[in-house]
Structures are given as structure tokens and as C-alpha cells.
Design a binder for this molecule. Structure first.
Ligand code: AMP
Ligand code: MG
Length: 352
């Protein structure tokens, strides 16, 4: 019962927002292209350039996203899966330059999130089988199997790096970058566009996106999915300049068993899907940070999100708790237009 539909619905929503304006002037026309990668449709919109420049950029991004997806897969044949096999030996080895920068950044983000963002729990993530729907059984794993993997206590700081060499001093470490690879990849893709002289663009991967510049004279308008009403929008956020907006939700990939929802965001402390939250949206210039923070704050939940946001250097947060109440930082409130009133809105102390 994995719900992928909402991603498609969102993509269409963003497209329909922009596709209606087909003016002949290159300064205002928005060019669109869709790429399938990271298990979702990535919509690229570019404004303020001619057709040929846009086409060239689309071709480059198509090749880059295909490469990133293959290279960062945790268990299919890839640069990262090679690391995972060798981490299990505890021996030193030299790894590929296509994965090392992600591991460096993932280590920092794991520490600043108090290890609620913990990509080292890849074995647990695989056990739950919700990643690509590939190993989904519709049943939760046995408690005993979860307990065994938890006991190994895999953490990103078990990974040691020395020059070109790397190793894990804990054989239980198995890195799954699914919580932030999309954000990291989108950062790289935006850099690629900027190198080509493109100043106005948005890359939207199933509702997770980064924008630069604006569209015509207006800011980009982003819809945030409602976590419980499929294909409906909970809120709109207007972004101008360089901003990323990332959402982690329990509605993205899940199954239901005996009346309970089991989703794809795992609380590294319990080994079970995080509870207390339906969705978290984070806005930050750095898409990799926004992506990792959305995952971490989801796990942190309504009680602890503020502390973790502070330690990760995040200022703009919107969290929907398991009762449908909205928790927001005052900085985020300024950018958000809710489409309907929730039962309760809690505005936190400032984060900046
Ligand atoms: P996101 O949609 O960005 O929250 O990412 C969810 C994906 O991140 C999952 O499909 C897993 O691959 C991975 N993941 C799940 N739980 C965690 C966690 N606590 N820390 C880091 N990555 C996680
Ligand atoms: Mg994430």
C-alpha cells in the first residue's frame, strides 16, 4: 500500500502552476523537463534563458541524476555498496571520490542531529523493506531481528577516515544515504545549472526541491502536501532567491498492519518507525542539510524538534504532529500560507 501517488500529484501541481505561462519572451518563459531518478519524478524548471540553453542543461542533469542514483545505492552494485561490504571487515581501504564527500557531510549531520539522522542504520532500513518497495512484505520484521541490529549500535562516527583511506570500527555499520542523497544531488544539480549561467530555476523531486532566482517578476510558489489528505495541499510557501524546501512524511512509503501504520523513517533509538509526527518541512539554502534535518526532526517529534533544529542550524521548520496540530518556528510562519485552519497551531520561540 505504498503511496507514491502524492509525489506525482505534487509534481503536476507545480507544473500546472508554471506551465500555463508560455510567453514568447525568453526572460519570462519557463522551460520544463522531467527526469526519473531517486525513485521519483524530478521536475526541472528553468526561466530566463533561451530554448537551446535549457535543452543543454536538461541533458546534462539527466545524465548526472542517473549516475548519482546508481553510485549511491546502498546494496545494489555501486560505489557505496562496495564501501558497505568493506565496512563489515573493519579493514582500511580506499574508497571512491564519488561517495567520500557524502560520507564526510553525513558524519557531520549525524553528530549535529544527536544521531537521529543516522545513515549508518542501513541494515535496519533494509530489514523494514520500505526503501524501494523492493523488499516490502506488508509485515513488520520480528522484534528479535530488530533488537540484534540495534545492539550493534551502528553510528556514523564509527567510520574513520585518514587521507584516501577509510574504515569502520563497527562491522554493524551499513550506510544508507536515502535520508539526504536527494538533497545532496539537488545541490550539485543546481551548481551545474549555475555554471551554465542559469540564474532562475527550480528542481523539484517529488515535493523536495531547491529554487534559485525567481520566475519572471514573482517568487516561486511551493505546495506542501497534506499528510492525511491525498493530493491536497496543506500550505503554500513562497520562496525567492536560493532556498530548498524538504519534507519528510509518514505518508510517503508505508504499510498498515493490524491497524498501525509502519513507514520508512526509522527511529535509530528504537529500531521502529518514528512516532509522534506525520510530517516535517524544513527550509534552508543547503538542500542536503534541509533533507537530513527533515528526516532528523521527524524522528525528534513535537517534543524535541526545537532542540535538534537549533543544533543543526535550522531556522525554518513546520511540523505536523500525530494529532494533526501544527508546530512552527516564527521564522517559518512568515513564509507559510495554510490552506485550512488546523485544530491547533503552536509557534515556538525564534530559532534565529
Ligand atoms: P526522507 O524521506 O528524506 O526522510 O528519507 C527517508 C529515507 O532515509 C528512508 O527511505 C531511508 O532510506 C533513510 N532513513 C530512514 N530513517 C533514517 C534515519 N533515522 N536517519 C537517516 N536516514 C534514514
Ligand atoms: Mg530527508
Amino acid at each position: 500500500m505504498t503511496r507514491l501517488l502524492s509525489c506525482f500529484a505534487f509534481s503536476l501541481l507545480l507544473l500546472s502552476n508554471t506551465a500555463c505561462e508560455h510567453q514568447t519572451d525568453d526572460d519570462t518563459k519557463v522551460h520544463h523537463h522531467s527526469i526519473f531518478s531517486f525513485g521519483t519524478i524530478i521536475d526541472v524548471s528553468i526561466a530566463g534563458v533561451d530554448e537551446a540553453t535549457a535543452e543543454q542543461a536538461f541533458e546534462q542533469l539527466e545524465a548526472d541524476f542517473r549516475y548519482m542514483h546508481v553510485t549511491w545505492h546502498p546494496w545494489q552494485r555501486s560505489a557505496l555498496s562496495r564501501n558497505n561490504q568493506l565496512f563489515a571487515t573493519s579493514e582500511w581501504f580506499s574508497d571512491a571520490p564519488s561517495v567520500r564527500p557524502l560520507l564526510v557531510k553525513a558524519k557531520q549531520l549525524a553528530v549535529s542531529s544527536e544521531h537521529l539522522f543516522n545513515p549508518a542504520i542501513g541494515k535496519l532500513i533494509r530489514l523494514w523493506g520500505l526503501k524501494d518497495g523492493e523488499h516490502e512484505t506488508g509485515l513488520p520484521p520480528a522484534d528479535e531481528d530488530i533488537r540484534k541490529l540495534l545492539q550493534a549500535n551502528p553510528r556514523m562516527d564509527d567510520i574513520e577516515m585518514s587521507g584516501i583511506r577509510i574504515r569502520s570500527n563497527n562491522p554493524g555499520v551499513f550506510v544508507d544515504l536515502g535520508g539526504f542523497a536527494k538533497g545532496y544531488g539537488i545541490n550539485r544539480a543546481i551548481e551545474t545549472l549555475e555554471i551554465q549561467g542559469i540564474e532562475n530555476a527550480i528542481i523539484n523531486a517529488g515535493g523536495d526541491l531547491k529554487a534559485i532566482g525567481q520566475r519572471g517578476q514573482r517568487p516561486w510558489r511551493i505546495g506542501i502536501n497534506h499528510p492525511r489528505k491525498a493530493e491536497q495541499v496543506l500550505a503554500y510557501i513562497e520562496v525567492a532567491g536560493r532556498q530548498s524546501v524538504f519534507t519528510s512524511g509518514d505518508y510517503e512509503r508505508y504499510f498498515e498492519y493490524e491497524g498501525r501504520r509502519y513507514h520508512h523513517i526509522i527511529d535509530p533509538r528504537s529500531g521502529y518507525p518514528g512516532t509522534g509526527t506525520q510530517a516535517v518541512t524544513v527550509m534552508h539554502e543547503d538542500a542536503a542539510l534541509a533533507d537530513a534535518a527533515a528526516t532528523a526532526l521527524f524522528v525528534a517529534g513535537p517534543e524535541d524538534w526545537y532542540r535538534i533544529a537549533q543544533s543543526m542550524g535550522i531556522v525554518h521548520v513546520l511540523l505536523v504532529d500525530s494529532d494533526g496540530n501544527i508546530h512552527m518556528s516564527p521564522e517559518m510562519e512568515k513564509h507559510v500560507h495554510l490552506t485550512s485552519k488546523p485544530a491547533k497551531i503552536v509557534i515556538s520561540k525564534p530559532l534565529s
